[in-house]
Design a binder for this molecule. Structure first.
Ligand SMILES: NC(=O)c1ccc[n+]([C@@H]2O[C@H](COP(=O)([O-])OP(=O)(O)OC[C@H]3O[C@@H](n4cnc5c(N)ncnc54)[C@H](O)[C@@H]3O)[C@@H](O)[C@H]2O)c1
Length: 327
C-alpha cells in the first residue's frame, strides 16, 4: 500500500511513518518542518520505501499528484499546541482550515477513492463539563473571542469539511478525534505537559503545575494512537464518521507530576502557578478530557497495549540520553 502522511515529520506523523514502513508499505511524507523536524524521520530517509517532501501544504505544487498516487492518506499537518495557538492564531486558522480544504478538494478532484483519515481533536468538546466524552456529546464553545479556542474552531471546521465531502461525493474519509497523545519525540516547547514535566524532572528543576493540578487528562501512547488510526482507516464503516481515539485511564495533573518525579527519581519540587501567569488572559482550562471509546472498539476491535508508566519510563530514559550526549 502507498501512504501519504501530511505532517509526517511531526510527533504522531513520524510514528505513523515508522508503523507503515515496518509493515512493508511505501510512505510519502510532506511537512514544512515548522514544528516537526528532520531528526524525527532521519532513520527513514535512506529507505527506498520512504520519500520526504519539505513543503507547505497550503501551496505545495505536488499535492495533486501525491494524492492521486496514494491508497491511504493521513492528514495530520496542523498548527498544534496551546503556546503556538496563543502566539499565532492567524497561522492556526489558515493552516488548519485552508490546508484541510485544499487536501480534501484534491482528493475529490483526483477521482480515485483513497482511504483518508483527518485528525481532529478532543478540543472540539470545548467547555462541556462532562466527566467523559462520547462522539454524541455537545460541543460547547464559549463566545467572547478568546483566542485559545481558535484551534478547536479550526478542528471543528475540518470535521465539517470532511463530512461535507464524504457525504456529497461519497468519499472514504474518517475523522479521528484525538485525545492527548504522548510518547517519544513529543516536544514540550509548545505547551505539552508530559514532555515538559519529564524535561524538568530529569534536570531536578521545579515541575510547573498549572492551576491547582486537580484537572484530569487521559494519555494515549503514540504507538497505540497509530494503531487506532490504522484500524480506523481500514474500516469501511468508519467512512463519514467521527470517532474518538485516546485512552480511558484518567490521571490528575498533580498525580502525573508526582508519578514523573518518582519514576525519574527526581529531587524536583512541584511548583503551582496560575493559568493566567502561565498563558495570560486569553486562556481557559477544562476540568476533564476522558474519551469513551465504545465506538472505536465497536468499529475496529481496538485495544490499548501501553500503560502510562511505561511510556513515561521510556521518555525519561530518552531525556537522560540527551543530557548525557550533550555533556
Ligand atoms: N498530540 C496530541 O495530543 C494531539 C491531540 C489532538 C489532536 N492532534 C492532532 O494530531 C495531528 C498531529 O499532531 P502532533 O501532535 O503530531 O503535532 P506536530 O506539531 O508534531 O505535527 C504537526 C506537523 O504538521 C507540520 N505542519 C504544520 N503546518 C504545515 C503546513 N502548512 N504544511 C506542511 N506541514 C505542516 C508540522 O511541521 C508538524 O510536523 C494534528 O492535526 C493535531 O491537531 C494531536
Amino acid at each position: 500500500m502507498h501512504i501519504l502522511i501530511t505532517g509526517g515529520a511531526g510527533f504522531i506523523g513520524s510514528h505513523m511513518a515508522d508503523y507503515h514502513i515496518a509493515r512493508g508499505d511505501t510512505v510519502h511524507v510532506v511537512d514544512n518542518l515548522s514544528t516537526g523536524c528532520r531528526s524525527n524521520i532521519a532513520h527513514l530517509l535512506n529507505s527506498p520505501n520512504f520519500h520526504f517532501s519539505k513543503a507547505d501544504l497550503l501551496v505545495w505544487d505536488k499535492l495533486q499528484s501525491a494524492i492521486e498516487a496514494a491508497d491511504r492518506i493521513y492528514h495530520l499537518a496542523a498548527v498544534v499546541g496551546v503556546k503556538l495557538v496563543l502566539q499565532d492564531p492567524v497561522r492556526v486558522m489558515s493552516t488548519n482550515m485552508a490546508g484541510t480544504e485544499r487536501l480534501i478538494r484534491a482528493v475529490h478532484k483526483g477521482g480515485g477513492n483513497p482511504q483518508v483519515v483527518v485528525a481532529s481533536s478532543s478540543e472540539v468538546y470545548g467547555f462541556n463539563e462532562a466527566e467523559a466524552f462520547d462522539e454524541n456529546c455537545d460541543l460547547v464553545l464559549r463566545s467572547g473571542g478568546r483566542l485559545r479556542w481558535s484551534y478547536a474552531v479550526t478542528k471543528l471546521a475540518d470535521e465539517y469539511l470532511a463530512f461535507a465531502y464524504a457525504r456529497k461525493y461519497d468519499l472514504n474519509i474518517a475523522i479521528a478525534r484525538l485525545f492527548n497523545t504522548v510518547g517519544p519525540r513529543q516536544s514540550g516547547v509548545y505547551g505539552m505537559v508530559v514532555p515538559t514535566f519529564v524535561h524538568q524532572a530529569v534536570r531536578h528543576q521545579p515541575i510547573t503545575v498549572y492551576g491547582d493540578g486537580q484537572q484530569t487528562r487521559s494519555f494515549s501512547d503514540v504507538r497505540d494512537t497509530v494503531t487506532a488510526l490504522d484500524l480506523l482507516a481500514s474500516c469501511p464503516a468508519a467512512s463519514g464518521e467521527v470517532v474518538n481515539i485516546g485512552n480511558e485511564q484518567e490521571i490528575t495533573i498533580e498525580a502525573l507530576a508526582r508519578l514523573i518525579k518518582e519514576r525519574a527519581a527526581s529531587r524536583s519540587e512541584l511548583h503551582f502557578i496560575s493559568y493566567h501567569e502561565a498563558y495570560g488572559e486569553e486562556f481557559d482550562d477544562v476540568s476533564h478530557r476522558r474519551p469513551i471509546l465504545d465506538k472505536l472498539r465497536a468499529l475496529t476491535g481496538y485495544r490499548a497495549q501501553w500503560v502510562l508508566r511505561d511510556t513515561i519510563d521510556e521518555m525519561i530514559a530518552l531525556e537522560i540520553q540527551i543530557i548525557e550526549s550533550a555533556s
